[in-house]
Design a protein. Structure first.
Lengths: 472, 518
């Protein structure tokens, strides 16, 4: 490994190093606040080192990783999101803060960063497993709550199955192509390769909770502590999707019409079922869970349209969509988290009745993020939706666009219903305990990002466009 | 820069209203009025006449999202000038009539009113299609809050329906906009959302038809035209008075404006081909809206259906494809904005006093509230198209234009003029004549009367002196090549004829007491 490679890898090393330091610190002194400080420092250091790596990119590290602007963008997003989640965790677990949360959070982030940079199936699998294994205990962290434990077990089993599928798929791809590098395979004629690719898609579909692999999502979101749900919804999904884009553009599978047709069906089904099932929920976290199913469907729609267009539009639109999705969902789950604590989660709709009059700050944050999820202008979610529509229209995929329009219409109903609940007269059945510390300012910053991204997207678009061009 | 401030002032002012809610209390309304006054001053400083050609009075172009060729491009022409003026006028009305009605969260209320106004002004000024869509959607949000926080008993349903109808149809428009933009990109390599770039683009007939339909659906939902009108009675009925005034007076006009600005000029051939269908929808709206209005017992619901009926005239006029039709559509927009807003203010004042909108519980109000009755009669007459008032000019021009392009449909549309007196006078009879109801309302207060007097003046001005308004909208219509610019052509002869119409109206009204304005 050269010095350049090491330098380029520094942001990843910072996160890994922080987890080690936090672990060692436990040996000397058990203190939640200390681990929190180490985590914040590690993640901040990782973010601070990004420009240094950017000046070196693109660098191939050991043949398994490729540190380029694309990987750094998603790595940075993961680290930033983890920073926010750590702040939320600190407020959420204020009574019983444990060092393990932060260590697991760091390793999960590490997994996400590696995923976005992987160019080899082995690294892909490793990254995915580092991420998933760290998430099992995190989800079950409220160990006195049945729902939390149930969610942890559920995620453990289903994640295990999906990893097995993925591994089997990788094996089949290897037997057909003879390489584990993500390389151009050309058109898929070999049935073994086809089956392998399908199994890889199914395995990743689980992680992305695309229909029909979405069953775990609402239960896990509901059971997991709110900050962890924020992490699963954003970092875990976005890194897997980012990796999928890299895999797809190097694999050459986008030439295959059968695969595209299959993905279109998956996307349309995710959009429609996700939105329809979200309609039936009375729990905000479950609703956001189903809404994330639908949102992965929208992202997949942009992905398919981009594949048809065969331009840099594919990484560009998906990348922007994912960034918008990360910011918006962090704000949404962040609000839930700020209002909740280990004692009780504030996640049923009735908890939010009249919140706007009781504590306007979190209510505005939730309103902004829900409008962003619904894709209303002024918010970053709208620009994301705009990308979906733009790529879809340019590619002429009218049926898929029809699904997006119908899905958005249904989606509007349940997002607005929550906003409506916020505006109802105050009900005092649930005294919203709100977190102190840095959680609220951090939430305010995210809301600003949601609005700024919707009003002045150009700087971000410019960066993403450059990155997208370099990727293809 | 002036155009930017036209949008920014209400936005900032609205924020100030909310921010100072605790301090000001009831004074929030005064602050809102001050903001509106400032806005009006700003507007009054704009030149009402074009200096150069093209019909644009003023433009402002800033780059916004160059990645997609999107600019912050605002422009003012005669039509938008008139509609912004209408928006400001009704903004005053909406704030004024909310004074007694709104008793909670006043600052937030005026924030939403002012932001709705800002969004609407943005819609009228934006000529970048992305920016237009942006404002088109953004103005829904404050309106949603207006209905869902300060609305009446069934507000949740109404607000939701309003938002979903407009948003989903808006998405169809977004797809149409994108399709149009990509057509331009494929043919010329230029990615631009600018109206001026997209105007005059040659499209093949099939594509143009589909894209035009996307725009048409979005605009007719907002207009509204049958069969997309079902959101309107609910939204209007449940909204607070100020909200109803803005909805009927201004928001519906954005749909009509969209047709005149985008749906027709961007796709002249496709629109012409589609004209019989559009006029047919307009006629169905006129007759069906009138019939439903007659069947209502809820006062606000009734007025809402009359809006469906009147906006049908706009559709007929816009798709008649001649100068009379277009001018008539613009006049109808202005006149209906004024008369519908006034009627909603009256209905709101009644509801505020009686706590009911049910006409079954009204009757014989004239003796208890003669001023109320007189004003209501005036605006009912305006709505039914009495010569001398603005609505007559608009509807007459629409029918004149429509007759030249489609005799059968126009004949059917003219039946609307017969049905309008039926429902209008029916209301006046039910509410103000007959046996006195159990509870009688107090008469109009001086402040209410003053507001309504302004609208009465405007309605009379439109009715007996329409020429300045027609002169303002004409270059704009010519600029969008809706009417030929040449003075020798059909439109060239128009001013005299229209002047004659105005004169007739004056005589019909009985003497024309007002002299020449200019």
């Amino acid at each position: 490994m050269t010095a350049t490679a090491l330098l380029a890898l520094l942001p990843v090393i910072a996160v890994a190093g922080a987890s080690v330091v936090a672990m060692l610190a436990i040996a000397f002194r058990r203190h939640g606040g200390l681990a929190y400080a180490v985590t914040l420092l590690g993640l901040a250091l990782s973010l601070a080192l990004l420009p240094l790596s950017l000046s070196r990119e693109p660098v191939a590290v050991t043949g398994l990783l490729r540190i380029d602007a694309y990987a750094l963008l998603f790595g940075g997003a993961a680290a930033g999101a983890a920073l926010f989640v750590a702040v939320l965790c600190h407020a959420y677990f204020r009574q019983r803060e444990r060092e393990e949360i932060y260590i697991l959070l760091l390793t999960a982030t590490l997994g996400g960063m590696l995923l976005a940079a992987s160019t080899h199936f082995a690294m892909l699998f490793l990254g995915l497993e580092i991420l998933s294994v760290s998430l099992f205990p995190l989800i079950a962290f409220r160990s006195r709550h049945r729902a939390s434990l149930e969610a942890g077990i559920k995620y453990l089993i289903l994640s295990g199955i999906s990893s097995a599928l993925l591994l089997f798929g990788i094996g089949l791809v290897y037997s057909a192509t003879g390489t584990l590098w993500l390389a151009e395979t050309g058109s898929i004629t070999d049935p073994v390769l086809l089956v392998g690719t399908l199994m890889v898609i199914a395995g990743l579909g689980f992680k992305l909770s695309l229909v029909p692999f979405h069953m775990w999502t609402p239960d896990v979101y509901e059971g997991a502590p709110a900050p962890i749900a924020a992490f699963i919804a954003t970092v875990s999904k976005a890194s897997v999707f980012a990796m999928l884009v890299r895999l797809w553009s190097s694999h050459g599978a986008h030439h295959d019409h059968r695969l595209l047709a299959l993905l279109s069906v998956i996307a349309a089904a995710s959009i429609l079922f996700g939105n329809l099932l979200a309609l039936l929920q009375s729990n905000l976290k479950r609703m956001l869970g189903y809404s994330s199913v639908a949102h992965m469907g929208y992202a997949l729609a942009a992905f398919i349209s981009g594949s048809v267009l065969e331009t840099a539009m594919l990484p560009e639109s998906v990348t922007f969509y994912l960034l918008a999705y990360i910011v918006t969902n962090l704000a949404a789950f962040g609000t839930v988290s700020v209002l909740s604590g280990t004692a009780g989660e504030c996640d049923r709709f009735e908890h939010y009745r009249g919140l706007f009059w009781k504590s306007p700050g979190p209510a505005i944050a939730l309103t902004a993020s829900l409008l962003s999820l619904a894709g209303i202008p002024l918010t970053i979610g709208f620009i994301g939706k705009f990308y979906v529509f733009a790529t879809g229209t340019d590619a002429g995929l009218w049926a898929l666009l029809a699904a997006v329009v119908v899905g958005s219409g249904i989606g509007l109903y349940f997002y607005l219903r929550v906003i409506w609940t916020l505006l109802e007269p105050v009900a005092d059945e649930f005294p919203a305990e709100s977190a102190g510390g840095a959680a609220k300012p951090a939430l305010a910053l995210l809301v600003l990002l949601v609005l700024a991204g919707g009003l002045f997207p150009e700087p971000v678009l410019k960066v993403i466009r450059e990155i997208a061009k370099s990727l293809t | 820069m002036m155009l930017f401030w036209l949008i920014a002032v209400p936005l900032l002012g609205g924020a100030a209203c909310w921010g100072s809610e605790r301090v000001l209390g009831r004074g929030a309304a005064t602050l809102a009025l001050v903001v509106l006054a400032l806005e009006t001053l700003l507007f009054a400083s704009l030149p009402p006449h074009a200096g150069d050609g093209g019909g644009w009075l003023m433009q402002l172009a800033w780059p916004w999202i160059p990645r997609f060729g999107i600019g912050f491009h605002l422009a003012l022409d005669g039509i938008s000038y008139l509609l912004v003026a209408l928006t400001l006028l009704l903004g005053f009305m909406a704030v004024g009539c909310s004074w007694p009605e709104i008793d909670r969260h006043r600052g937030l209320y005026y924030l939403n009113v002012l932001w709705t106004l800002a969004g609407t002004i943005g819609v009228f000024l934006a000529i970048d299609l992305f920016l237009f869509f942006f404002f088109w959607e953004v103005m829904l949000v404050p309106m949603y809050f207006l209905i869902s926080i300060w609305g009446h008993e069934n507000r949740a349903y109404a607000a939701m329906k309003f938002f979903i109808f407009t948003q989903v149809s808006g998405l169809l428009m977004l797809i149409a906009i994108l399709a149009l933009v990509f057509c331009l990109e494929h043919s010329s390599g230029m990615l631009s959302f600018d109206y001026l770039d997209l105007l005059g683009q040659r499209l093949d007939a099939g594509t143009a038809r589909w894209i035009m339909l996307g725009f048409f659906v979005a605009f007719t939902v907002k207009l509204p035209a049958v069969p997309f009108h079902t959101w309107l009675p609910d939204a209007h009925t449940q909204a607070p008075t100020g909200g109803s005034v803005l909805l009927a007076g201004v928001l519906l006009k954005t749909g009509a404006y969209g047709l005149l600005r985008f749906a027709i000029p961007l796709f002249p051939e496709a629109a012409r081909e589609f004209a019989p269908a559009a006029m047919g929808l307009g006629v169905v709206g006129i007759l069906y809206g009138a019939k439903l209005a007659f069947a209502q017992t809820d006062l606000k619901r009734l007025i809402a259906y009359t809006s469906v009926s009147h906006m049908g005239f706009v559709l007929v006029g816009a798709y008649a494809f001649n100068a009379y039709g277009f001018q008539g559509a613009v006049m109808t927009m202005l006149a209906h904005g004024i008369s519908a807003a006034a009627l909603f203010m009256l209905a709101g004042a009644l509801q505020c006093r009686l706590h009911t909108r049910d006409m079954g519980r009204m009757g014989g109000f004239w003796t208890a509230a003669p001023r109320f009755g007189g004003v209501a009669l005036f605006f009912s007459l305006a709505a039914l198209g009495l010569p001398g008032l603005g609505n007559f000019i608009g509807e007459f021009l629409v029918l004149l234009g429509g007759f030249r392009s489609n005799i059968a449909l126009t004949a059917a549309a003219a039946l609307g003029l017969v049905l309008a007196p039926v429902y209008s006078l029916h209301v006046v009879q039910r509410v103000f004549h007959g046996a006195a109801a159990a509870s009688l309302p107090a008469d109009l207060r001086a402040s209410e009367l003053a507001l309504l007097a302004v609208l009465m003046t405007a309605a009379v001005a439109l009715g007996i002196r329409p020429q300045p308004f027609l002169d303002l909208s004409k270059p704009a219509l010519a600029g969008a090549s809706l009417i030929p610019e040449s003075r020798r052509a059909a439109a060239g002869a128009k001013p005299e004829q229209v002047g004659a119409v105005g004169a007739e109206g004056t005589q019909g009204f009985g003497g024309g007491g007002r002299g020449a304005v200019r």
